[in-house]
Structures are given as structure tokens and as C-alpha cells.
Design a protein around this ligand. Structure first.
Ligand code: G1P
Length: 279
């Protein structure tokens, strides 16, 4: 059973300055809900009830978001506005939230390693809240799809998507044997390759399920691209020594780490979810 999910949220979000000068990028709203809450809802839908965050300086608003706000709740009692807090209140009451800090910014692999005490010796999911995933109508979310695949393979799983050749340098790129049904057994992966060095155009997006031996692998991974400890490099070790599965997920994904993707997501959620009263 997998029931843990880690959110690395220590990054600065410089692309959104000045908005992110004193506000975490994960708290930017897509319509009326912060990005990070979409991620947590996706995790909870997948049955993951132990939610851990690797935070950093300036990220207190995320911690506060997943706690009650006694004064506010008292203030709006009986006004009809309580409904707006219902979803987040349910998340808070029915799941466990824990927090630790990444003190030095040494990359995504390092951030995940900082979450070792929260995740323990268990398989766990990782969500990068910048990547907003919305399930197709009537379908389950990306993490819920991945949990099913994990149950089948019992090894690390990465979500992938085809990207245009000119975008491969933004992602971890995999190469693998096609097993059918959107599944690939990974034999190579490269973090942010140039177009010439990319082994394919299958890009990892911010959803992972990691088996706990990843911590030892990260511990033995030295800094890679951009001088950062890369999760992609640690995963390649798992792929070479054991097994890593890449999964072409169903559903929509928006790169909310970029202004264009953020605006696209906002328009999509407004038209297809908010206006239809699905929230
Ligand atoms: C990270 C990972 C990369 C992955 C991407 C998905 O990169 O290192 O492998 O493809 O997330 O969003 P970042 O976007 O943090 O530079």
C-alpha cells in the first residue's frame, strides 16, 4: 500500500516576480484555488493520506493553508461563505500534513532527499505543484493512475508526455522499451539535454512514485546539470540496477511554472471547472 506523498516546495519561483517576492509560487491561484491545493487533492484522490512538504524560507503561507484559520472561520460562520473553505477543511481534517525544510537549494534530488524523514522506508509519490494535472471528464487523476501501475510493477514510476523537440532542454527525457498501454521500461534518462543529445522527446512531468531505495541512490549522486543534484540521475541508477517504468498518462497537464502555461491553465479551469460549478 502506498499512502505517502511528498511536495518539494522550496523553490523561488523567480519567473513570477514580483508576484512571488513574498508569496510562495505554489500559493498562486488558478482561479480561486492555490496551485498546491490542486496537487494535494490529486494525491488524496489517489489514496495518499500522509502529505509531506519540503519547504524553505518564505514558505510559511503553505503551512498555514493546511491548518485551520480559527478567526476567519468564526468570522464567516453563518454567512454562506463557509462553503468556499469546505474542500480545504476536509483535506485538513482527513489527512496528515507534515513539514520539513530544505536549508540549501541544491536541486530537486536534494529536496527529495530532505524529505526522507517524512517518507521513511516506504514507497511514496512526489508531486511538483507547478505541473497542474487535470483528469479527463469521468477519468481518475494522474497519481491515481500511477498508483495502479506501481501495484503492478513495484518499482519507481515516472509520468511522461511527448513534447516538441525544441522543448526537450526543459525536462528530464527518457528512452525505454515500449511495453504497450503507454508504458515504457526505462533504459536511459537525461536531465535537460540539448536537442542533439535527447534520447527521445518523452519528457518527465512532475509526478513520480519512488521506491525508498531512491534515498541511498540520491545520497550517492553528485551534482549534475546546473550544478544541482538531479532526481533524474538517481532514477537512472535505479533503472540500470533494477526497474523504472515511464507512463504516458491520460489527462491534461499545464506547465504552471511558466507564465503561458499558467494563463492557459487559468482559462481552462475557469471555463471547464469553475464556470460549470464543479468546485
Ligand atoms: C524538474 C525535473 C525534470 C522534469 C521537470 C518536470 O525540472 O528535474 O526532470 O522534467 O521537473 O516539470 P524543473 O522544472 O524543476 O527544472
Amino acid at each position: 500500500m502506498i499512502n505517502k506523498c511528498l511536495f518539494p516546495v522550496a523553490g523561488y519561483g523567480t519567473r513570477f516576480l514580483p508576484a512571488t517576492k513574498s508569496m510562495p509560487k505554489e500559493m498562486l491561484p488558478i482561479v480561486n484555488k492555490p496551485l498546491v491545493q490542486y496537487g494535494v487533492e490529486e494525491a488524496v484522490e489517489a489514496g495518499l493520506t500522509d502529505i509531506g512538504f519540503v519547504t524553505g524560507r518564505g514558505k510559511r503561507p503553505i503551512v498555514d493553508h493546511f491548518d485551520i484559520n480559527y478567526e476567519l472561520e468564526k468570522e464567516i460562520e453563518g454567512s454562506g461563505k463557509e462553503a468556499l473553505l469546505r474542500n480545504v477543511s476536509n483535506l485538513i481534517e482527513n489527512n496528515n500534513f507534515s513539514f520539513t525544510r530544505q536549508v540549501h537549494m541544491k536541486g530537486l534530488g536534494h529536496a527529495i532527499h530532505c524529505g526522507q524523514n517524512l517518507m521513511g522506508d516506504n514507497p511514496f509519490a512526489v508531486v511538483l505543484a507547478d505541473d497542474l494535472c487535470i483528469a479527463d471528464e469521468g477519468d481518475i487523476g494522474v497519481l491515481a493512475q500511477m498508483v495502479k501501475i506501481f501495484d503492478q510493477f513495484r518499482c519507481s514510476i515516472v509520468a511522461i508526455q511527448e513534447v516538441p523537440d525544441e522543448d526537450v532542454h526543459k525536462y528530464g527525457i527518457i528512452a525505454g522499451d515500449d511495453l504497450g498501454n503507454g508504458l515504457f521500461r526505462v533504459h536511459d534518462m537525461v536531465e535537460k539535454p540539448s536537442q542533439d543529445n535527447a534520447p527521445s522527446n518523452l519528457a518527465i512531468i512532475g509526478r513520480y512514485i519512488l521506491s525508498p531505495d531512491i534515498f541511498a541512490k540520491i545520497g550517492h549522486t553528485s551534482a549534475g546539470v546546473n550544478g544541482e543534484i538531479q532526481i533524474t540521475d538517481a532514477l537512472l541508477k535505479q533503472a540500470k540496477e533494477g526497474c523504472v517504468i515511464a507512463y504516458k498518462f491520460r489527462g491534461k497537464r499545464f506547465d504552471c511554472g511558466s507564465i503561458d502555461g499558467f494563463v492557459e491553465a487559468t482559462n481552462y479551469v475557469y471555463e471547464n471547472i469553475y464556470k460549470k460549478g464543479k468546485e
